[in-house]
Write a protein of this length. Structure first.
Length: 202
């Protein structure tokens, strides 16, 4: 079917634009096989490819900025720009890998709010879940993972990079608002509040 230069339908004119020329970097962006990625490369070769990746992103973002400012408002483009700013920096006019990255840096482009965190010997990428439950102070404390006859009163999900005090405070706030529960005492693990932290908080 031949499409005319201007398609007129019900009084609406839809101009057919000529395709824009792709940037040089766009021609290099394509899926790569495991063999092409080269997991067995030396550190110097990996660093070189990493910098080349940053250079490609830089050129692509520059092309977007010059071509159409509206493209910069697309969420995927905003995310790409954020990743570049978190992962790379310009040093004497060249793209270099950043030595340090923010705690809330993007770890997964499909879920930008999933962050890196560690606690003790555990490391993960995702979130933190704070669980508040009832406890009978007259009974001896339960051992870790030991079943108990408790009621879960609130569950709060927070960013992995957020400290546990903030998660506990949000849980207590919701508990009071939703169930009118104001505990007389709290039992928490090592990441919870202490007398010193409570004094500093006030």
């Amino acid at each position: 079917m031949i499409i005319p230069k201007n398609l007129e339908t019900s009084g609406i004119t839809c101009p057919v634009r000529k395709p824009r020329k792709r940037p040089r970097s766009a021609a290099r962006i394509r899926p790569r096989s495991e063999a092409e990625v080269g997991w067995g490369l030396s550190k110097a070769e990996r660093d070189s490819r990493y910098r080349q990746c940053g250079q490609d992103i830089k050129e692509l973002l520059e092309w977007i900025d010059k071509s159409d400012s509206k493209l910069g408002e697309i969420e995927s483009v905003k995310l790409l720009r954020r990743v570049f700013e978190e992962q790379f920096e310009m040093v004497e006019g060249t793209v270099q890998s950043r030595r340090t990255r923010p705690s809330r840096a993007v770890q997964n482009p499909h879920d930008p709010d999933a962050h890196y965190a560690d606690k003790g010997t555990k490391q993960w990428i995702g979130y933190k879940v704070h669980v508040l439950e009832s406890v009978d102070p007259k009974k001896p404390a339960k051992m870790k993972a030991e079943p108990g006859e408790h009621f879960i009163t609130e569950v709060v999900t927070t960013e992995a990079a957020q400290d546990e005090m903030a998660g506990l405070a949000e849980g207590l706030k919701r508990q009071q608002e939703h169930h009118e529960i104001r505990p007389e005492a709290m039992y928490a693990d090592g990441g919870g509040p202490t007398v010193g932290s409570r004094c500093r908080g006030h």
